[in-house]
Design a protein around this ligand. Structure first.
Ligand SMILES: C[S@@+](CC[C@H](N)C(=O)[O-])C[C@H]1O[C@@H](n2cnc3c(N)ncnc32)[C@H](O)[C@@H]1O
Length: 311
């Protein structure tokens, strides 16, 4: 299934790409859904930079964006290196920067990538398939039981984390976990029978993907660079899908908007919040409408936050 961009109308409304501006889409995706709409709005005098870790996404986006007359630079890389990537194409300031985190339906549906619990492929989950970093299977085979439990709990909020970690260790001693379906059926066996709102292995798969791709660390490195690259009046938009990502963006934006993020009860503010931006999306994130969620259930956890640099 081709990836359908989430919160597209809202991204355009709050980020307001306008003719002649320079925008960076840090998570292009194979369908380049947000990028297409942004390119259309920037027009022939604008400039669009698209970044993605996945070479397949870059190739496919190149084909799609060919038909637009907006000057486009597509760079394969990690948005955690946004400053270096932009400098490599001579860009030191931008009017808009968008990051739509996580993975796309195109990646999910490529069986060989090992993102889906219905896949017979080896558990891989690397967003950059050429990366030499450990795959999901490497983590499952090398982490200790307590480390696996912590990973499932921390990134997946998986309440049965300890029991699942124990089952993984027992099973790997027999050499019986290699594929996505094998892990999915192991998790299913740990869960009590009964109807489940989501597949019982959803949280374990999400936790592994986040750990394999260092997703929170990348976001943490990206945010300060992105804000420093914005021109005055430039907008940074981030779409998150996980509570830890959302909390990170929220804290970061609040501090940049001059709102103290010190723990309650601190006698003096120590977080150093200085008003440099205005949160355009307000105190609550923008979430998909009921009709978007019906049309595209994968959008259900998306949250959009946009901040504008004011000084
Ligand atoms: C949700 S999809 C983006 C979909 C896209 N916005 C669209 O409209 O089609 C996320 C994309 O971000 C890429 N990605 C995730 N983390 C990345 C990172 N740290 N650096 C660059 N790209 C990343 C993934 O490979 C994937 O293609």
């Amino acid at each position: 299934m081709r990836h359908i961009p989430f919160l597209l109308a809202e991204v355009l409304e709050f980020m307001n790409p306008s003719p002649g501006e320079c925008f960076v889409d840090c998570t292009l995706g194979a369908g380049a859904g947000h990028s297409q709409a942004i390119a259309r709005a920037l027009g022939t005098q604008g400039r669009l930079v698209g970044i993605d870790l996945d070479s397949g996404a870059i190739q496919s986006a190149r084909e799609i964006l060919k038909s637009f007359n907006t000057p486009v630079h597509l760079k394969r890389g990690n948005f955690a290196d946004i400053q270096t990537i932009l400098a490599s194409v001579g860009i030191h300031e931008a009017d808009g920067i968008l990051a739509d985190l996580g993975f796309s339906s195109d990646q999910m549906d490529q069986d060989s990538r090992g993102f889906s619990f219905a896949s017979e492929a080896k558990l891989d989950m690397r967003l950059d398939p050429d990366s030499q970093d450990p795959s999901a299977l490497d983590l499952l085979n090398t982490l200790e039981e307590s480390q696996l439990a912590d990973l499932f709990w921390k990134y997946g909020e998986e309440r049965l984390s300890r029991r699942i970690a124990r089952a993984v260790v027992r099973e790997r001693e027999q050499g019986r976990i290699t594929t996505c379906t094998e892990l999915a059926s192991l998790v299913e066996k740990v869960y009590p029978r009964g109807p489940h709102r989501i597949h019982p292995s959803t949280r374990v798969f999400m936790a592994l993907r986040i750990a394999v791709n260092h997703e929170l660390e990348n976001l943490e490195r990206f945010l300060p660079q992105a804000l420093s690259l914005l021109r005055i009046s430039g907008r940074l938009g981030v779409i998150t899908y996980h509570s830890m990502e959302a909390a990170l963006v929220k804290r970061f934006f609040r501090r940049f908007a001059g709102q103290c993020i010190c723990p309650p009860g601190m006698p003096v503010c120590g977080c150093g919040a200085i008003e440099q931006g205005q949160i355009l999306t307000g105190s609550k994130a923008i979430v998909p409408s009921a009709s978007e969620k019906d049309r595209n259930p994968r959008s259900r956890s998306a949250q959009l936050r946009v901040i504008r640099k004011i000084r």
